[in-house]
Design a protein around this ligand. Structure first.
Ligand SMILES: Nc1ncnc2c1ncn2[C@@H]1O[C@H](COP(=O)(O)OP(=O)(O)O)[C@@H](O)[C@H]1O
Ligand SMILES: [Mg+2]
Length: 241
């Protein structure tokens, strides 16, 4: 069966600058694929191109076998969600307003917003408690939960997350990883960009490593001979331990 997300030979970048060259990876429903790579490798650039924020200069991005060439909004409608790096929520808006904005695209579908809010609040009860507070008043971990809940409002089938653990306390990092595992179990295809190698490999089905715009490793986590192989491909970059 065609995987939920297939990236084939993707080349992308900024203006004339090609940053990512020939990247291929897949993620099926119920699978978590992690894209690792040190700072500046091109991970955020990759997600931006998949989401439609940057041009696809070569290759194909497909959702359930359908090539994606449209706008960001069209790709969200096709089932793609993105949690950008840096917890990009509207800090001066309330928690609930943020969730409603996340559901903007489906706002005309009967019951979509109220059902979405209900799902968000049962998934993250703390957001319900704080629904009338401004998002900026939430803790870092709660802001990350809000960013994830916001991206889930239109019920994506593929969810991409860009370093969701960045800047969070270790206990909260675990919660975020648990949440991603849970989403995967519920049938989403999760494409995770991370720096935390050990945490990521503990939850991932597939791992891809990006080094200066090129994929150096792309395989099932279960088939990794040793983690040294991964380490080598970082060429001495800082890992978490
Ligand atoms: N807006 C931009 N214009 C030009 N180059 C950029 C821009 N954003 C990022 N880059 C460059 O693209 C490369 C990859 O960046 P990025 O995708 O953010 O890496 P990562 O997310 O893996 O840390 C870096 O060399 C970075 O300097
Ligand atoms: Mg990045």
């Amino acid at each position: 069966m065609e995987p939920a997300l297939r990236i084939e030979n993707l080349t992308t970048g900024y203006g004339q600058l090609r940053i990512v060259r020939g990247l291929s990876l897949t993620c099926a429903s119920g699978e978590l694929t992690v894209l690792l790579g040190r700072n500046g490798a091109g991970k955020t650039t990759t997600l931006a191109a998949v989401a439609g924020l940057l041009p696809i200069m070569g290759g194909v991005v497909s959702l359930d076998g359908t090539p994606q060439t449209g706008s960001v909004v069209e790709r969200i409608r096709s089932g793609l969600g993105l949690v950008q790096d840096g917890k990009r929520i509207f800090r001066s808006r309330t928690v609930e307003e943020n969730l409603r904005l996340g559901g903007f695209i489906v706002r005309r579908q009967r019951g979509a917003i109220s059902d979405g809010l209900e799902r968000a609040y049962s998934r993250f009860p703390v957001l319900k408690e704080k629904r009338k507070q401004s998002a900026g008043a939430l803790s870092g971990g709660q802001q990350q939960m809000l960013a994830i809940a916001q991206a889930l409002m239109p019920q994506p089938r593929v969810l991409m997350l860009d370093e969701p653990s960045a800047g969070l306390a270790p206990s909260i990092v675990e919660q975020v990883f648990d949440e991603m595992k849970e989403l995967t179990k519920q049938g989403l295809c999760v494409l995770l960009v991370e720096q935390l190698v050990d945490y990521s490999l503990a939850v991932a089905d597939n791992v891809a490593v990006l080094d200066r715009g090129h994929i150096t490793i792309n395989r099932e986590v279960a088939s990794l001979g040793s983690w040294d192989q991964l380490r080598e491909s970082y060429l001495g970059a800082d890992l978490e331990e």
